[in-house]
Design a protein around this ligand. Structure first.
Ligand SMILES: [Zn+2]
Length: 105
């Protein structure tokens, strides 16, 4: 049995740092979906910033990578445990682009 949904959510929230709002949801096909939104960027008008990625493990990595890039880009003064993995996140982004499977905006 893998980690429970709430345990996964707590782990992701701890990694993402105080600025993130993390939710782990169950998608239509029973697969976990990681959602990370930014508490600082929701105050402005329009849609809040968020990353929404399906997959128990892939979703975690993909959403956390997106969040890490958001922190670096928009909140350079913020500290969060996930920033320790920035180099790995950039490497994964590069690999995804190489594979041509990215669906990012
Ligand atoms: Zn933000």
């Amino acid at each position: 049995m893998t980690a429970s949904r709430s345990a996964r959510g707590r782990r992701a929230a701890a990694q993402a740092g105080p600025l993130a709002r993390v939710a782990v949801e169950v998608g239509a096909d029973e697969q976990l979906v990681y959602k990370i939104s930014c508490s600082a960027c929701t105050a402005r008008g329009g849609k809040p910033w968020s990353a929404y990625r399906p997959g128990a493990d892939n979703g975690y990595l993909a959403a956390m990578d997106r969040w890490t890039f958001h922190l670096v880009e928009k909140h350079p003064g913020e500290d969060a445990p996930c920033l320790a993995f920035l180099a790995e996140a950039q490497q994964r982004l590069h690999e995804r682009r190489e594979g041509g499977t990215t669906t990012d905006e």
